[in-house]
Design a protein around this ligand. Structure first.
Ligand code: GRF
Length: 215
């Protein structure tokens, strides 16, 4: 069976993108077909190019509305034969049209244990709330922001001396473990959705939960 073709959408640094590219260089059921950014000078684009991955830039500023931007993005992905879209720090909210077009084939990684702390500045939200555990979530994207079916989560401690940066760094290390695992399961056809729940089959109980006690 051929490898699943993944398109990654980024707006910035692209460390999750890099983790996916790395994973795909080894024995892996998915290949990174392209990396697309809405920001021409996103640092991640250079990383992707250096790894020999096709890149594209579609600036949202060139479009009158969200849907026409999304249609252009979708066209680029289709040109490359993309079958799964992985958002990795893509800072655009997508239109209902895009979400519908890629339904069940559009995933995102978010740096909190959803449904806690959707939106932006989430590490600061976690610190302000005084939670003792935070982490990251890989989920399907639906029309509601950061609210689609959860595929897997990784948990980390929130330490007394943390600020948003130290917590973000701790969570990010787990993001880099979790996202490649989930894309593997998607490529292996293990992930299904029933209503608001995602199910991953054929794995040991608990495989979709990672814990890291590392400070
Ligand atoms: C990550 O924390 C991701 O969870 C969030 O945006 C950040 C992107 O970081 N959606 P990077 O560009 O992957 O380094």
């Amino acid at each position: 069976m051929g490898k699943l073709k993944v398109g990654i959408l980024i707006s910035g640094r692209g460390s999750n993108m890099a983790a996916l590219i790395d994973a795909a260089t080894a024995d892996y059921p998915a290949e990174i077909a392209c990396v697309l950014s809405n920001v021409a000078d996103a640092a991640g684009l250079a990383v992707a190019r250096a790894a020999g991955i096709a890149t594209a830039v579609v600036s949202h500023k060139a479009f009158a509305d969200r849907e026409s931007f999304d249609r252009a993005v979708s066209g680029e992905l289709e040109k490359r034969g993309v079958e799964l879209v992985a958002l990795a720090g893509f800072m655009r909210i997508q239109s209902a049209w895009f979400v519908e077009r890629w339904q069940g084939r559009l995933v995102n990684i978010h740096p909190s244990l959803l449904p806690a702390f959707p939106g932006l500045r989430v590490q600061q939200q976690a610190i302000d709330a005084g939670v003792r555990i935070s982490g990251c979530t890989v989920h399907f994207v639906t029309a509601e922001l950061d609210a689609g079916p959860i595929i897997a989560q990784a948990a980390v401690p929130v330490l007394a001396g943390d600020n948003a940066e130290t917590l973000a760094a701790r969570i990010l290390r787990q993001e880099h473990r979790l996202y490649p695992q989930v894309v593997r399961w998607l490529a292996e056809g293990r992930v299904s959705v029933a209503g608001s729940h995602a199910h991953v089959t054929g794995l040991p109980e608990g495989a979709t939960v990672l814990f890291s006690a590392e400070p």
